[in-house]
Write a protein that binds this ligand. Structure first.
Ligand SMILES: Cc1cc2ncn([C@H]3O[C@H](COP(=O)(O)O)[C@@H](O)[C@H]3O)c2cc1C
Ligand SMILES: O=C(O)c1cccnc1
Length: 352
C-alpha cells in the first residue's frame, strides 16, 4: 500500500551535506551566523536534498480542493458552492495564488480531492475520493479508508511532481468550511481548548463565531476522535483537503523534497503528518503566521516559528508562495557571496 511504503521510506537528513553547507556558510565573507535563519534554511535544504549547494530549479504549490459537509451548520460566511467556483478560477489565472506564484516564478497544481461538484475542467486534476465529506456534527466526516485514500492522493501527486523535476513544494487548499475542520483536528491533537483554536475564517460575525465553536465541540464529543491516533482524528473531524495535504507532507519527506506550510489549514495538515511520522518534520518549513489564532498554537506545538507575520488569512498557498522569495534569496546569498578565500579580509571569529 502506498501509504505504508511512503511512511516507511521517510529517513533522517544527510548530516554530511549539512556539515559541508555549514562550513561554506562560515566561509562566506560575513560575521559567523549573521544571515540568521537564512543559514538555517540552507543547512536544512542541504540535509534534505544531499546537495551541498542546493538549487531551486522548479517550485510548485499543490492546491488541494474539497468540500466539507459541516458547512451546513452555518460555520462559514460563504456558501459551499464557492469551493467549486474558486477551484475552476485557479485555472483562469485570476485568484490570489495565481498572482503570487507568477511573481515567485512558481507553478500551481490544482487537485480535486473531494469537491462536491463535477469539475471537468482542464487544469484541475481529478482525484476525487468522494463528493465532499459528511457533516461531522452528525457523524464521522469520512471513513478511515477514505482518509488514507485522500492522503495517498497527496503522496501520488508529490511523486508525479518529483518526476517532473519539482524540488521545492508549497501547500495550498480551497475548501469552504476548512478553518472549522482545521480547528477541530488541531484542538484534538494539541490538546488545546476549542475556543483558542477557532477564528473567524474567511469572515464571521461574533455570534456566528460562537456557533462555530459549539459545532466543533459537539462534533468532537459526538465522534470521540482518539488523540493518539492522528488518522482517526483526520477521518472523524478533518477534511479531504487536509488529508490530501497531509499526504503531500509525508510524500515530500519520503521523496526528500522540501515543503512549505502555508496558513492555518496546511499547518493542521502538517500537524497530522508529524503526528503520523515525527521524522517528517525535518522536511517541512514554516512560511507565514496566519491571522487565525490556532495557527500560532500549532506552530508552538510542532516547534516552528513562521518566517513572516503579515496577518494574512487567504490560504490557497499564498503565504507559501511568498516565502519562496526568501528561499531564493537564501540560495542566492549562499551561492553568490564571496568567501574569505576571495576577500582580502581575515575570517571573523566571535569574541571569546
Ligand atoms: C472567494 C474565496 C476565496 C478563497 N480562497 C481561499 N479561501 C479560504 O477560505 C476558506 C476557509 O474559510 P471558512 O472556513 O471560513 O469557510 C477556504 O476555502 C480557504 O482556502 C477563500 C474563501 C473565499 C470566500
Ligand atoms: O490561514 C489560512 O490559510 C486561512 C485563514 C482563513 C481562511 N482561509 C485560510
Amino acid at each position: 500500500m502506498l501509504f505504508d511504503t511512503t511512511i516507511n521510506s521517510i529517513k533522517g537528513l544527510d548530516n554530511e551535506a549539512m556539515e559541508k553547507a555549514q562550513e561554506r556558510l562560515d566561509n562566506l565573507t560575513k560575521p559567523l551566523g549573521s544571515l540568521g535563519r537564512l543559514e538555517w534554511i540552507i543547512k536544512k535544504l542541504a540535509g534534505i536534498t544531499g546537495e551541498v549547494i542546493p538549487s531551486l530549479r522548479k517550485k510548485t504549490v499543490v492546491i488541494m480542493c474539497a468540500d466539507n459537509g459541516v458547512v451546513e451548520e452555518g460555520v462559514s460566511s460563504c456558501p459551499k458552492s464557492v469551493t467549486s467556483t474558486v477551484t475552476r478560477n485557479f485555472t483562469r489565472g485570476i485568484t490570489g495564488i495565481n498572482v503570487f506564484t507568477k511573481h515567485a516564478g512558481a507553478d500551481i497544481v490544482v487537485v480535486d480531492v473531494g469537491v462536491d461538484d463535477e469539475i471537468n475542467c482542464d487544469g484541475v486534476i481529478n482525484r476525487k475520493v468522494k463528493m465532499g465529506t459528511d457533516n461531522m456534527a452528525k457523524g464521522p466526516a469520512m471513513s478511515r479508508k477514505e482518509a488514507i485514500k485522500a492522503m495517498e492522493v497527496g503522496m501520488e501527486i508529490v511523486e508525479e511532481l518529483k518526476l517532473k523535476g519539482v524540488n521545492l513544494l508549497g501547500t495550498g487548499e480551497m475548501g469552504i468550511g476548512n478553518t472549522t475542520t482545521s480547528a477541530a483536528v488541531s484542538a484534538v491533537l494539541t490538546g488545546n481548548p476549542v475556543e483558542i483554536m477557532v477564528g473567524k475564517g474567511s469572515g464571521l460575525t461574533n455570534e456566528a463565531l460562537l456557533n462555530k465553536i459549539s459545532v466543533i465541540k459537539h462534533a468532537i464529543e459526538l465522534n470521540k476522535p482518539d488523540p493518539k491516533d492522528p488518522i482517526d482524528v483526520l477521518a472523524k473531524v478533518g477534511g479531504l483537503d487536509i488529508a490530501g495535504l497531509t499526504g503531500c507532507f509525508l510524500g515530500a519527506a519520503a521523496n526528500r523534497i522540501p515543503i512549505l506550510i502555508d496558513g492555518f489549514i496546511s499547518a493542521a495538515a502538517a500537524l497530522v503528518a508529524i503526528n503520523i511520522k515525527p521524522e517528517a518534520k525535518d522536511y517541512i518549513f514554516p512560511s507565514h503566521g496566519s491571522a487565525e489564532p490556532g495557527s500560532k498554537k500549532i506552530m508552538e506545538n510542532i516547534g516552528m516559528e513562521p518566517m513572516l507575520n503579515l496577518e494574512m488569512r487567504l490560504g490557497e498557498g499564498t503565504g507559501a508562495a511568498l516565502a519562496f522569495h526568501i528561499f531564493d534569496m537564501a540560495v542566492t546569498a549562499y551561492t553568490k557571496m564571496g568567501t574569505f578565500n576571495d576577500a582580502t579580509i581575515e575570517k571573523y571569529h566571535p569574541l571569546e
